[in-house]
Ligand binder design. Structure first.
Ligand SMILES: Nc1ncnc2c1ncn2[C@@H]1O[C@H](COP(=O)(O)OP(=O)(O)OP(=O)(O)O)[C@@H](O)[C@H]1O
Length: 277
C-alpha cells in the first residue's frame, strides 16, 4: 500500500466542487492575529478560518506579512495579539502534523535527496526499515526515482522542490503551509508542478494555506482567496472560488476562472500596482 493510499480516507466522498472535510486534515483558525517585530507590526488583526481539507490562498503586496503569518501557524513565531489554533489547540510550538514548503526549497545541501526526505522521519526516531520504505514511496510519488542519491546542487530547481515537497509530506501532514512554492522555478516547471500537486491534493485533500504572488495560482488552488492589503497587512477581502474540482487545464481556461482571476487581480491592483505580479 502506498503512502498516498495510507493517507487516503476511503470513506470520504470524492470532491466535485467545494471543500469537504477530510480525515487526516486539521482546521486552522487564525483568530485576530497581529504579528509584531520590535515596535512594528507585520500584520494586523488577521482572521482566517480554514476548514479541514480546504485550500486557502493568501495574496497581497510584498511585505504585508504573508510569510510571517505562515510562520505563526507553524509555531515558529508567536502572535503579539490574537491566537492561532490548529484543530482547536492554540499553537505555541510547531504543532504535530504541520509542514511547510519554502520558495527556496530549504534543503540541506550536504544531504542527498533521499536523506533530506528522510530527515523528519529520523528526527521522529522511526525504525530504519520504515524510514527506508516511506522514503522510497515518497521518491516515487514526487517523481524523483533515479535521483535519490543526488545532492541538491546536482538537481534542477524543479527536482529540488519535488524533494522539498516529499520532505514535507513525509510526516503525513494534516496541514501543509506553502510559501510561494513555485516562485523560484521557471514558468514551464512551475506549471507542471502545479498540476502535479493539485492531482496529489485531489486524491488526498490536506488542509493547505497557500501563499503566492501569482493570482492565477491563488485561484487555481484555492477554495477561497484571502486578499491582504497594506503594510502591515490586513484582510481586504475574501473571495470564494466556486470552481469545480479537479482543477485541470480546462478549468484554468474557463470563463469562470478568468472572471475570478480578474476580480482578485483588481482587488490587488487597487491597492498595490508595482510590487505584486
Ligand atoms: N525576522 C524578522 N525580523 C524583523 N522584521 C521582520 C522579520 N521577518 C519579517 N519582518 C518584517 O515583517 C514584514 C512582513 O514580512 P513578510 O516576509 O511576512 O512579508 P511577505 O508578505 O511574505 O513579503 P513577500 O511577499 O515579499 O515575501 C516586513 O516588513 C518584514 O521586513
Amino acid at each position: 500500500m502506498s503512502l498516498l493510499d495510507r493517507l487516503r480516507d476511503s470513506s470520504r466522498p470524492s470532491r466535485t466542487s467545494t471543500a469537504a472535510p477530510a480525515s487526516g486534515s486539521a482546521s486552522v483558525d487564525i483568530d485576530g492575529v497581529t504579528m509584531r517585530f520590535g515596535d512594528r507590526n507585520a500584520a494586523e488583526d488577521i482572521h482566517v478560518d480554514v476548514r479541514p481539507g480546504e485550500i486557502v490562498s493568501i495574496v497581497g503586496p510584498s511585505g504585508c506579512g504573508k510569510t510571517t503569518l505562515l510562520r505563526a501557524v507553524a509555531g515558529l513565531i508567536s502572535p503579539a495579539e490574537g491566537r492561532v489554533r490548529v484543530d482547536g489547540e492554540t499553537v505555541s510550538t510547531t504543532p504535530d502534523g504541520v509542514a511547510m514548503v519554502f520558495q527556496h526549497f530549504g534543503l540541506f545541501p550536504w544531504k542527498t535527496a533521499e536523506a533530506n526526505i528522510a530527515y523528519p522521519l529520523r528526527l521522529r526516531g522511526l525504525p530504519r526499515e520504515e524510514i527506508a520504505s516511506r522514503t522510497r514511496e515518497l521518491i516515487e510519488m514526487v517523481g524523483l526515482s533515479g535521483f535519490e542519491r543526488s545532492y541538491p546542487h546536482q538537481l534542477s530547481g524543479g527536482m529540488q522542490q519535488r524533494t522539498g515537497l516529499a520532505r514535507a509530506l513525509a510526516v503525513r501532514p494534516r496541514v501543509l503551509l506553502m510559501d510561494e512554492p513555485f516562485g523560484a522555478l521557471d514558468a514551464q516547471t512551475a506549471e507542471v508542478l502545479r498540476f502535479e500537486l493539485l492531482r496529489m491534493w485531489e486524491e488526498h485533500p490536506i488542509t493547505m494555506l497557500f501563499v503566492t504572488h501569482s493570482i492565477d495560482e491563488a485561484v487555481l488552488f484555492g477554495d477561497r482567496v484571502v486578499v491582504l492589503k497594506g503594510r502591515p497587512g490586513r484582510v481586504h477581502e475574501v473571495i470564494d472560488v466556486a470552481l469545480p474540482r479537479p482543477r485541470d487545464r480546462a478549468v484554468a481556461m474557463s470563463e469562470e476562472f478568468v472572471a475570478l482571476r480578474e476580480r482578485v487581480w483588481s482587488l490587488v491592483m487597487s491597492q498595490d500596482t508595482h510590487r505584486t505580479r
